[in-house]
Design a protein around this ligand. Sequence first.
Ligand code: PMP
Ligand code: GLU
Length: 396
Amino acid sequence: MIQLSDRILSMEESATLAMSRKSRELRAQGKDIISLSLGEPDFFTPEFIKKAANEAMEQNYTMYTPVPGYDDLRDAIANKFNRDNGIPYKREHIVVSTGAKQSIANLVMAVINPGDEVIIPAPYWVSYAEIVKVAGGIPVVVPTSIESDFKFTPEQFKASITSKSKMMMFSSPCNPTGTVYTKEELRALADVLKAHPNMVVMSDEIYEHINFVGHHYSMAQFEDVFDQIVTVNGVSKAWAMTGWRVGYIGAPKEIADACNKIQGQFTSGTCSIAQRATIAAVNADPAILKDMVKAFESRRELVLAALNDMPGVKCNRPGGAFYVFPDISSFFGKSVDGKTIGSAEDLCMYLLDKGVALVSGEAFGDPTCLRISYAASEETLTEAMRRVKNALAELK
Ligand code: PMP
Ligand code: GLU
């Protein structure tokens, strides 16, 4: 019998993808399941982007591309970073990959040696810790609390650094909490980083444009830490392009070159047609996303109002992304029909049985919460919240 590698055996399946698979299977069996498990916009890719892809095919953009992406795409991305984020990246700093997920994997493989510590404030996005483990790194998970809007403080950052620390990874707007860091808060974290010139920060900004609190700030805009930050971004979320598989980094040149080298052995450049379409997306004025952001904002209000009306459920007020991460620990120990809820995972399975698929907080490093993705119509969300409320009320 073939024995699988220790590497793969130590890794968990992606909880978000696992839950979306499970709800698809139940639906195929004829069950009425509302899935709020996957972080995926329910909008279609804008027409002008699809048109760019059609043109690319007609113009025979069908061959291998340069490994880090077409030159004009990398220029367009560098221009986007200058325009939207005030970060002076140039073509040489940009690597385009098969989704931001690959960008993160490339970075971790390029920087982390076995035994290196990677500081990950929790709640964090499911794949961070697993990618670090695959590289032989040690995820050092630092919990934050709902009371402080799940923000990682400079004091916590400082206290978690050891001689083995190599990287810190975080997202703003955050998946799963929706937390958005202010410029001052990022500056204070950058001050800690600056005192540790051998450390790098991965700033995951994929929800940049889905922001209800005003301006988005990037840590790499601070000149004195520019050489220590890798900015991850992509077109999946803002431009409703999850299936096209295009993500990118802006990084110090040595790290960009290293990511390019890994990508050249693992996957080569991402899909040529998707790259041409991405030029249209990153060159577009983000102001055209206004209506989509408004739709997400009113869904946030709907879900928050419903959750705040459920006794025992505690929420922060997310400033961005399309998730709410309520604390549901007050239900632990409660029962229905002889079944006792012992964990967020149990509650998730119970709610799935009641027709709503959510993701347990365990996979995001916080076992007291659940993640709700509100990238669904208001009608769907209203029905989902009704089901959750009734199900929770049955627990005694
Ligand atoms: N980072 C975060 C925080 C995400 O939520 C996602 C969603 N999949 C990704 C990265 C990866 O995005 P992509 O679809 O571009 O791989
Ligand atoms: N990022 C999304 C989520 O968190 C998509 C799923 C995934 O890539 O894991 O649900």
